[in-house]
Design a protein around this ligand. Structure first.
Ligand code: HSE
Length: 288
């Protein structure tokens, strides 16, 4: 049996919409073994069917890409990344499925080919790329999908503020306008280009300016109850703040966890959880 641990990811990082993402040290653990037929007993009832199971669908896509005969898998999941909260839970399923298929095919596909398959399934590379490669990754959709990876300063804490409600990415893409003004594009470009430098050098003051986005956050934050109260606490402490992916999780970057005490004193409805995370490596496979 193999265990594949796939990290949570926080996509966008403000102005890096559909481009930037970071892997964080909270993991969904998937277990796979070869079987005579597909078996999903270790999943919630809704996902015990090959058509509804994103892990199995992703494994099938990898077999197809490699022109291989599909090997049925018995699979189970130990779930730690909350579902539909903007922390890349579906990317963990996609990456686990294609990595498992590749392992049982004898690792015939490179990680760059896995990125190609995963991006095709997810539609954008900003969660799947860091889930595969770890740390900070920018994804580029060209003739093929390309990526650039960056180190992240080890002193940085990524404080995720997770509400107890879900938000569907498809719905939160519908609220975005179809066009952007030149002035807003320049605002975003001038910030985005410097985010890898600021994250790798751990420059909190610079990140506080750079994470300000004009492309998606102004339209999405109002959908999230109490998000402005949390943003105000981050800004009062001069800490970088952004939406994690399409939300509803919010991300604050700091050099210590002190802000969590202040956040816990806020009267928020519904209840929120605050977890301090660090940058992580990409998905790992171990034989168990
Ligand atoms: N870049 C995507 C979005 C991330 O913001 O819609 C969704 O996980």
């Amino acid at each position: 049996m193999i265990k594949i641990a796939v990290p949570a990811t926080s996509a966008n990082l403000g102005p890096g919409f559909d481009t930037l993402g970071i892997a964080l040290n909270l993991y969904n653990n998937f277990y796979f073994e070869k079987a005579d037929e597909w078996n999903f007993d270790g999943f919630q009832p809704d996902y015990r069917n090959i058509d509804n199971n994103l892990v199995a669908q992703s494994a099938l896509a990898a077999y197809k890409y490699a022109n291989a005969t599909p090997i049925p898998l018995k699979m189970s999941l130990e779930e730690n990344v909350p579902n539909s909260r903007g922390l890349g839970s579906s990317a963990t399923c996609i990456v686990a499925g294609i990595k498992a298929a590749n392992y049982f095919m004898g690792n015939v596909l490179s990680d760059d080919e896995l990125l190609e398959i995963a991006t095709e399934i997810e539609g954008h590379p900003d969660n799947v790329a860091p889930a595969i490669f770890g740390n900070l990754v920018s994804g580029i959709k060209a003739k093929k999908v390309m990526k650039v990876t960056y180190d992240v300063c080890k002193a940085l804490k990524f404080i995720v503020c997770i509400p107890n409600f879900r938000q569907n990415t498809r719905e939160s893409r519908k609220v975005l306008p179809k066009t952007m003004s030149y002035i807003d594009v320049v605002h975003n470009a001038s910030r985005l280009v410097n985010i890898p430098y600021a994250l790798s050098s751990g420059n909190i003051e610079l990140l506080n300016i750079l994470l300000d986005d004009k492309m998606h956050e102004p339209y999405r934050l109002p959908l999230i109850n109490d998000s402005m109260k949390i943003k105000q606490v981050a800004k009062k402490n001069s800490l970088p703040f952004c939406l994690s992916g399409s939300g509803p999780t919010l991300l604050i970057i700091a050099k210590n966890d002190g802000i969590i005490c202040e956040l816990e004193k806020l009267k928020l409805i519904p209840n929120w959880r605050f977890i301090s995370l660090e940058a992580s490596c990409g998905a790992t496979i171990t034989e168990v």
